[in-house]
Design a protein around this ligand. Structure first.
Ligand code: ME8
Length: 641
């Protein structure tokens, strides 16, 4: 009997609602947990939210609510999306929960007492020196400053020296290296392992384990004037959630006696592959067995971003395709583990080809022939049909192959194993021509072909269940199968269905989608997403927009574009260029010298080949446009709220 399987996703930041990147990792973990379960293994699947730190506190402030209210709001959005996506986690950890806080306090205490192999204290106090912006309440790097100033507050940050507690990372690095090299700690795929070993060859410093000025965090047990560094807090979730501080039996089972797998993308490699093992060693705990760091994806070839219009909201995708197809489409875009591209503009085409045409069509053509020729009851199997041996061999190999793929994190391959069976059954159907067998009255052969196809469908309903749990359960209902046979063992035997069972496919499993309609809808995202008075946004969304007073320094018409003016403005940080669609309403002379309100934190865009670094606000009355001007003598750069 294999040992239990414990899989985790990162705990996601709650400064915003979940996006498709979060969904990707979470669906993958859910698929793995479900696959191990149908293979007879006990599995525990953990996900959750990372709720402390300056970033969250700032977002809460911008939204005008308390930190915890803000977190509660976004946690609800995460949970809602996971429910909509049929994510069956066993526990949802929140870093603001008392259970988690207790565990962080415990690991802090244990680490504080710990000594490294050479007898030195693991946690020591020292001074941290940095540039601190009072307005932002945070340390800043030289790189973040503009002309030596904080760009938000226009102030020169103070040089500050504060007492911090440090974690003696350097004492653990040689052992971590050994454990990775020996395979005791498996970093997967191999490219990521090499990346970690590369990091280990550099001179990595100890890291600061506490922050004096951050308020939204877990106070240190041994010095409550400081809070724990967010990563110390966040990484501890993997043990707080399984009883580190409050349930010895559960903790022993899932941490000591299980195959522990941390799943994430490569962006958080250093924290997981170096800091976390070091923390665990300091706390005298065993290391996880595996860390799998999948790639980072782009959408339609570019980094996903709201301003580029290629941002995919999981909720929109579920509304369009349903939960199962969303899960399927996301995990089959490119090989799991690598960097890749999510081709959102091809979703409909792929849905129609794999799900509606291949799988959906097999179900419907087989079901319809059983309805017409066998009164909707499963016919008897028959041996000796042409092509049947090949189909059976392929089918009997599939469960083992698919499970091997899952064990090695080749999720897209595992899914393809199921879909290849569907393609093979469609080929078998085409080649045995059951409609001719029916016409010629060859009932025995006809029944044999349809029985074999139903067997493939039954096995596919098991193999694809982990990625499409609802649709595969629906398919099983169509075949009169219950959950007691939803196991990998049952997928390994052919001729397992009861003759005479009701086969009812009256509803299409994957109705075809209209490519044209969807493509048109995709082509006009801006219009359909326009905010009107009835389409309310969260206050947190508004908080993201930085509005500033600016003065127009100069203006000129853009050649070949009747509506556009190129403006040089000062929004408090020197000259900035924007392109505005106001040329039909203002001449350059009329707009120069005016004070306007601009959106100051827009990503640069290129309009008619000219870079534009912001937008100005204007209001419309009929066809006439008026720029919005501040009421009062406000200096350029004054914030508008
Ligand atoms: O880093 N491609 O949280 P986070 C693939 N709170 N995966 C992506 C992705 C993309 N383009 N974008 C996001 C944090 N992800 C910390 C983690 S854990 C102790 C603390 C997924 O909200 C991927 O799993 O920034 C990545 O590792 C994670 O979201 C980062 O989520």
């Amino acid at each position: 009997m294999s040992k239990p399987f414990y899989i985790t996703t990162p705990i996601y930041y709650v400064n915003d609602r979940p996006h498709i990147g979060h969904a990707y990792t979470t669906i993958a973990a859910d698929m793995m947990a479900r696959f191990h379960r149908i293979a007879g293994r006990e599995a525990f699947f953990l996900t959750g939210t990372d709720e402390h730190g300056t970033k969250i506190a700032e977002a809460a402030e911008a939204a005008g609510v308390s930190e915890i209210e803000f977190c509660d709001g976004n946690v609800a959005k995460f949970k809602d999306v996971w429910t909509k996506l049929d994510i069956k986690y066993d526990y949802f950890v929140r870093t603001t929960s008392e259970r988690h806080l207790e565990a962080v306090r415990k690991i802090l205490d244990v680490m504080r007492e710990a000594k490294s192999d050479d007898g030195q204290e693991v946690v020591y106090s020292d001074f941290y020196e940095g540039l601190y912006c009072k307005g932002c309440e945070k340390f800043m790097t030289e790189k973040e400053l503009v002309d030596g100033k904080c760009s938000d507050h226009q102030t020169v940050p103070e040089k500050v020296k504060e007492k911090n507690y440090f974690f003696r990372l350097t004492a653990f690095l040689p052992t971590i290296k050994e454990k990775i090299e020996s395979g005791e700690l498996q970093i997967l795929p191999d490219e990521r392992r090499r990346e970690v070993l590369g990091l280990l060859n550099q001179d990595l410093p100890d890291f600061s384990l506490s922050r004096e000025r951050v308020k939204w965090g877990v106070p240190l047990t041994f010095d409550p004037s400081q809070v724990a560094y967010v990563w110390i807090d966040a990484l501890s979730n993997y043990i707080s959630a399984i009883g580190y501080a409050d349930n010895e039996t559960e903790f022993k089972k899932w941490w000591y006696d299980s195959e522990v797998v941390h799943l994430m993308a490569k962006d958080i490699l250093k924290f997981h592959c170096l800091y976390w093992p070091a923390m665990l060693m300091a706390a005298g705990l065993p290391l996880p067995e595996k860390m799998f760091l999948h790639g980072y994806f782009t959408v339609n070839g570019t980094k996903m971003s709201k301003s580029l219009g290629n941002f995919i909201d999981p909720v929109d995708m579920i509304e369009e395709f349903g939960s199962d197809s969303t899960r399927y489409l996301l995990l089959t875009q490119y090989p799991f583990g690598l960097d890749g591209d999510i081709q959102a503009n091809r979703f409909v085409i792929q849905y129609n080809s794999d799900l509606a045409n291949d799988l959906g069509n097999l179900v419907s053509r087989v079901g319809k022939m059983i309805a017409v020729n066998f009164n909707g009851k499963m016919p008897s199997p028959s041996s000796g049909l042409a092509g049947m041996q090949d189909l059976m061999k392929l089918t009997e190999r599939a469960p083992g192959e698919a499970y091997e793929h899952v064990k090695h994190f080749r999720l897209s391959h595992a899914i393809a194993t199921g879909l290849n069976l569907v393609k093979a059954a469609n080929k078998f159907f085409d080649e045995t021509k059951p409609w001719v067998l029916a016409r010629e009255g060859k009932t025995k052969e006809l029944g044999g072909v349809l029985y074999a196809c139903c067997e493939v469908l039954r096995i596919v309903s098991i193999l694809l269940y982990p990625v499409m749990p609802n649709k595969m359960s629906e398919l099983r209902k169509m075949l009169s199968l219950d959950d007691s046979t939803l196991t990998l063992d049952h997928a390994a035997t052919f001729f397992d269905q009861a003759v005479g069972a009701t086969i009812d496919v009256s509803e299409p499993l994957f109705p075809r989608k209209d490519v044209k309609k969807k493509t048109e809808a995709k082509a006009k995202p801006a219009k359909s997403k326009q905010v009107n008075d009835d389409n309310l946004i969260d206050i947190s969304d508004f908080g993201k927009v930085k509005l500033k007073v600016a003065v127009v320094l100069s203006a000129e018409k853009v050649e070949g574009a009747d509506r556009l003016l190129k403006l040089q403005i000062d929004a408090g940080k020197g000259k900035k260029q924007i392109v505005a669609g106001i040329a039909e309403h203002y001449t350059p002379e009329q707009i120069v010298g005016k004070k306007v309100i601009v959106v100051a934190n827009l990503k640069p865009a290129v309009i008619r080949g000219i870079e534009s670094n912001g937008m100005l606000l204007a209001a419309k009355k009929g066809k006439k446009l008026f720029v919005v001007t501040p009421d009062g003598d406000l200096p350029p750069g004054a914030g508008v709220s």
